[in-house]
Every structure is written in structure tokens, then in C-alpha cells.
Ligand binder design. Structure first.
Ligand code: NAP
Length: 339
């Protein structure tokens, strides 16, 4: 497995370039998927406080280690601070809750999941909503203060590295310029239709590794947005992108005798982008990490680069959180301004 060296002070930390995503996996499904993934050689797992997969992941890891199949230090575990806890005073207690659920003494990477913040419903640790269904925005949060609390978690040994997710260029530079512990990783939506070239160039300059979420275009995410949030969004259900089904991707799959998913993932790892595809299907789990016995030609890389739709390729604009665009740290304002 290829490893990406992270820029962390005082320690060497390497992140496997392929990890298992876990969003939208139900507990039983997650358990089977994680066993299949560990057997297939995955050593990097991506979760978050609000995916409800931390407990199951913790249980499987504990069994995997106690059965002598591997050691904690063989694994790279990422989790995330939820958007209802995006304030300095909450960072420590939410990381502690994640660690308890994961049954771990530390994670390898802790990310601020989103730059904007909601007020928290303390009974179930989810965002509070208003009577009209909009989300209750927390205007008092301060991304710099939250970052400083993230830095303290590294100093306490509760995470090896810290990073950002869904932050835009301006927000990243703001944090970077006053950070004592620099962000090691940026996790953003990144796939053939949204290639994030400017953001990747910025990260390269700042020595921040990039993780691609939704690297396959998150098939089925639209059903989740509509069933959970009653949101059909600016991408109508019928227009939801089918990147795996794009003729260029399908043709290339035939040419290289690989699946369309493997072509899309190889396109990213060949550029040193970390990928975290989610699957609960054992065959697809295996295929999604089996990316290192072929290389896409420069010409084919160029063809895949040509599928980029820029901002129009974005699937995750978070507008399913009704009213989120009014938050001062909503990161994709240019998308709304363009309407
Ligand atoms: N930071 C953030 O805000 C954020 C947001 C979204 C996601 N994420 C993280 O990134 C991970 C990946 O993103 P994602 O789950 O949205 O999307 P994804 O990995 O692009 O797509 C997952 C979907 O593709 C299917 N699939 C998996 N492998 C396949 C293959 N080889 N061929 C065809 N279909 C395949 C899966 O179904 P089966 O299970 O049936 O295979 C699942 O429905 C998440 O699970 C989560 O850990 C982070």
C-alpha cells in the first residue's frame, strides 16, 4: 500500500493512500464491511462523530487486535469534530466521546468536519433546528479558536495530527497563518467532475495532504439527501451525476480490464491524492484497493482531467442544512452568488 507522508512536527506519520469510507453504513453492514476491508489489506478507516459508525468500528478493531491479526499502530484512524460542536469549548469533550466510542486512546487524524457551526441539541448531540425547519446557526464560533483547541488535542496525545474538511482556500490560509500545529490534511469532495485544482495547488504549497471524499461521485447520496432532509437541491434527482457511467470512464475500464470505480480511484491516487471510497460489498471493497498493478497513460490521465466541471460538479454543497448559507463561514458562497 502506498503511504503519504504527513507534515507533522516531531513525529513521522504516514497515511495509507486508500482508506475505507463509512458514511451511510448501517451498523451490521459496517461490521461486515470492515472485516472484509481489513482482510483485503485496508489499514486506514475514515469515520466521523455524526456517521454513527464509530462504535462498530471500535468493536471490530478491538476484536481484530485481540485475535492477533494486527496492532493498533498498523492502523490509521480518522474521525471528525461535528458541526454542532464547532467551538473551542467543545473540541475536547467531543474528541473524548469519539475515542470512547472507538475504544481507542488516540486517533491518527482529527478533522474539523465543516467550517460552519450549529447550536447543539445536548440530548442527542445533533444540530438544533428552528420552527421553520432551518438549522440554528451558531454565530459565536470562531474557527481560529476552534483550531487552537484542536492543537491542544495533539499536545495531549489524543490525536497524532489535525486537519480540516470542507474549508475553502481563504479559510485554510487564515488557519494556516496563525496555526502553531499546521493542518496536515484537507479532506474535500474530489472526483472526476470536481477536481479541485486550485485548492490542491494551495495544499501543495502549504504541504497539506489532500483526501478525496466521494471519489466515485457518491452514488445514492441524492436518495439520502431527499429522505433525510427532504432536499432535492440544485442537482435534481434525475440529473444526479453518474460519474461511474461516463462513457470515457467505461471505455477506459474496458481498455485496462478494470472496473469504472478502479479507473476513477486510480486517476486520483496516481496524483498522490488519498481516496476513501465507501463500500459494503466485499467484491467492491477488494477492487477499490486493488489499484497498484496498472498505470493510466498520460493521454488517459488527460482525458480524465478533461471531465472536470469545476464548481458545477459539486454534489455536497450542504444546502440540505436549511439556512446554512447564511452562516458567515459557509464555504461555498461563490456557488450561491453564481445562481
Ligand atoms: N468530510 C465530509 O464532509 C465527507 C462527506 C462525504 C463523505 N465523506 C467520507 O468519504 C467517504 C466516501 O464518500 P461517499 O461514501 O459519499 O461516496 P463514494 O465513496 O464516492 O461512493 C460510495 C457509494 O459507491 C458505491 N460503490 C463503492 N465502490 C464502488 C465501485 N467500485 N463501483 C460502483 N459503486 C461503488 C457504494 O455502494 P456499495 O456500498 O453498495 O458498494 C456507495 O453507495 C464517506 O463514506 C465518508 O467516510 C466525508
Amino acid at each position: 500500500m502506498r503511504l503519504i507522508k504527513l507534515a507533522t512536527a516531531n513525529q513521522i506519520l504516514e497515511m495509507p493512500i486508500v482508506g475505507l469510507g463509512s458514511w451511510r453504513a448501517q451498523p451490521e453492514e459496517m461490521e461486515k464491511a470492515l472485516w472484509a476491508a481489513l482482510d483485503a489489506g485496508y489499514r486506514h478507516i475514515d469515520t466521523a462523530f455524526n456517521y454513527n459508525t464509530e462504535e462498530t468500528i471500535g468493536k471490530v478493531i478491538k476484536q481484530w487486535i485481540s485475535q492477533g491479526k494486527g496492532r493498533r499502530e498498523d492502523l490509521f484512524i480518522t474521525t471528525k469534530l461535528p458541526n454542532c460542536a464547532n467551538r473551542a469549548a467543545d473540541v475536547g469533550r467531543f474528541l473524548k466521546m469519539s475515542l470512547d466510542r472507538l475504544q481507542l486512546s488516540h486517533v491518527d487524524l482529527y478533522l474539523i468536519h465543516m467550517p460552519f457551526s450549529f447550536r447543539c441539541n445536548e440530548t442527542n448531540f445533533s444540530p438544533l433546528t428552528n420552527e421553520d425547519g432551518s438549522f440554528s446557526l451558531d454565530y459565536s464560533s470562531d474557527i481560529i479558536a476552534t483550531w487552537q483547541a484542536m492543537e491542544q488535542q495533539v499536545q495531549k496525545g489524543l490525536t497524532k495530527a489535525i486537519g480540516l474538511s470542507n474549508f475553502n482556500a481563504e479559510q485554510i490560509e487564515k488557519i494556516y497563518s496563525c496555526a502553531e500545529v499546521k493542518p496536515a490534511v484537507l479532506q474535500v469532495e474530489l472526483h472526476a467532475y470536481l477536481q479541485q485544482n486550485d485548492l490542491r495547488a494551495l495544499c501543495k504549497r502549504l504541504n497539506i495532504a489532500v483526501t478525496a471524499y466521494a471519489p466515485l461521485g457518491s452514488p445514492g447520496a441524492n436518495n439520502h439527501f431527499s429522505s433525510k432532509y427532504n432536499y432535492s437541491g440544485i442537482v435534481s434527482i434525475h440529473d444526479f451525476p453518474d460519474i461511474l457511467g461516463h462513457p470515457v470512464v467505461k471505455e477506459m475500464a474496458e481498455k485496462y480490464k478494470k472496473s469504472p470505480g478502479q479507473i476513477l480511484l486510480r486517476h486520483l491516487v496516481q496524483q498522490d491524492v488519498i481516496v476513501i471510497p465507501k463500500s459494503s460489498n466485499p467484491e467492491r471493497i477488494k477492487a477499490n484497493i486493488d489499484l497498484f498493478d496498472f498505470e493510466l497513460s498520460q493521454e488517459d490521465m488527460g482525458k480524465l482531467n478533461g471531465l472536470d466541471r469545476g464548481e458545477n460538479g459539486r454534489i455536497f454543497d450542504f444546502l440540505f442544512f436549511k439556512g446554512v448559507e447564511k452562516h458567515p463561514e459557509y464555504p461555498f458562497k461563490q456557488r450561491i452568488d453564481g445562481w
